[in-house]
Design a protein around this ligand. Structure first.
Ligand code: AVJ
Ligand code: FE
Length: 446
């Protein structure tokens, strides 16, 4: 039952190096996303759903100052006067452009100053002795936080208009050969969540046993090609496929296709980071909201998986009965396992990552697109806030749906089999798609 995380095998000096590497990697991505545009672009509002990029930049520094410089390090504040400006709970995203924010040069100087101090704190920390720093947790939390904002900034880039400023090679082609449409996940108990993953956030804890009855899960996320069949079948015009809330939203928001798609004669085009291109049929659909995912599933005679079903498919190893960190085992993702980390600025075609498949043959659970589940975001049994309620606890309740698995925009430091994301069921600017499931019938279990 015990599993040793790679981090737990490092001595303190190596752990310190690993932590520093994660912070540096996050900062390189932040720099890439913020240096790609000019100053006007950094301060302007590209969408009311998003902050100006320059807010994300200084907010990343502000969180690092609060947790690493002041809390862990016990050092003097760098800029206590700006705490309030970068407190996400004080100002809604739509209102942030009007705040007296640090300008681009000031924000860059600020995050550099904070980082220098945080690295001093890291050099002086024993990385053990109390829970906040054990195994480098607080530093890992801050690296994850920055990478999460880097994914948010990537979504802002997708909403911005104008010629492309971000460039990346295409993901690998499909190589898995023909795949079955669905995979049977046998019924039984599995361990959900974790009590041992050193950098797991509070909402992933604690590990607990969950009984999941036998079900079938799509081998891959639903593709654009499949989703087009739903559109062509009049799926957006048929209230019977939608929940009441979903249909009301479809009407109000006048939904007729995934966000960033437009009809072009008999085909479809999409805009992706400033590039207009034909919609590729074999890629997972992305930029659909929960209601669209749910309507598609009902039209297909299926349903969305629950969060527990998703995690069991991603982590349960039928050979040992153990829950693992990833579908392929406990080793960190590499470029041959999953489309993560903004290496490619699009989902990969289905079948592109045979080495990332689970033992039962479910593909692309990690990376490509976040997957909507039918589960509301709640704390697990035995949940306790750590280290602050505004990360997870204030979002628990019926308003948010859980998403799993990470996208091409998610860094691996913020992606694992236990990682939980959440958003409002109407949101489409995130890199979200889905796969479908169905109950197993008794005669299918013989
Ligand atoms: C986990 C992606 C929902 O962006 O709202 C960033 C992550 N929390 N800063 C979000 C987060 C605080 C969070 N999500
Ligand atoms: Fe944040």
């Amino acid at each position: 039952m015990t599993s040793t995380h790679p981090i737990q095998q490092l001595d303190t000096e190596r752990l310190r190096q690993h932590v520093a590497d994660q912070l540096v990697r996050a900062r390189e991505r932040t720099a890439l996303l913020t240096d790609a545009v000019d100053e006007h672009d950094l301060v302007r509002q590209h969408s009311r759903l998003m902050s100006p990029l320059v807010w994300d930049l200084a907010h990343v520094g502000s969180q690092e100052e609060l947790w690493l410089v002041r809390d862990v390090g016990g050092r003097e504040p760098v800029r206590q006067d700006i705490d309030e400006l970068y407190d996400a709970f004080r100002h809604a995203r739509a209102d942030r452009p009007a705040l007296p924010l640090l300008g681009p040069a000031e924000a860059r100087g600020y995050v550099r100053q904070v980082r220098d101090k945080a690295l001093d704190v890291l050099a002086a920390s024993a990385l053990s002795g109390h829970r906040l720093v054990d195994h480098g947790f607080a530093f890992g939390m801050i690296a994850q936080h920055e990478q999460q904002h880097d994914e948010t900034m990537l979504a802002t880039h997708q909403l911005r208009s104008g010629p492309p400023v971000l460039h990346a090679p295409d993901p690998p082609a499909a190589s898995a050969g023909p795949l079955p449409a669905e995979v049977l996940i046998p019924g039984g108990v599995f361990t959900m969540g974790t009590s041992t993953e050193p950098w797991a956030l509070d909402n992933e804890r604690p590990a607990h046993q969950v009984h999941v009855p036998a079900f079938f899960l799509d081998t891959t996320p639903v593709t654009n090609g499949r989703y087009l069949e739903f559109i062509d079948a009049g799926g957006y015009a048929e209230p019977r496929w939608w929940s009441q809330e979903g249909w009301a939203h479809r009407q109000r928001a006048d939904l007729s296709a995934p966000r960033f798609w437009r009809r072009d004669g008999s085909g479809w085009l999409r805009t992706r980071f400033g590039v207009v291109e034909p919609v590729p049929p074999d890629e997972p659909v992305v930029h659909v909201c929960y209601h669209e995912a749910e309507a598609y599933a009902r039209w297909a005679g299926r349903r969305l998986p629950t969060e527990a079903e998703w995690e069991k498919a991603a982590r349960h190893d039928p050979a040992t009965g153990r829950s693992r960190r990833y579908p392929w085992g406990d080793t960190d993702p590499g470029p041959d396992r999953a489309n993560l980390g903004q290496r490619h600025l699009r989902p990969a075609p289905v079948g592109a990552y045979p080495r990332g498949a689970s033992p039962l043959g479910v593909h692309q659970l990690i990376g490509d697109v976040w997957e909507w589940t039918s589960t509301d975001f709640h704390g697990y049994p035995g949940f306790s806030v750590f280290p602050y309620p505004e990360y997870s606890q204030v979002f628990f309740g019926g308003e948010y749906k859980v998403l799993r698995g990470g996208s091409f925009g998610t860094d691996q430091v913020a992606c694992r089999g236990t990682f939980r994301n959440w958003d409002f069921p109407i949101r489409r600017q995130i890199f979200a798609g889905f796969r479908t499931a169905r109950d197993a019938r008794p005669e299918e279990l013989a």
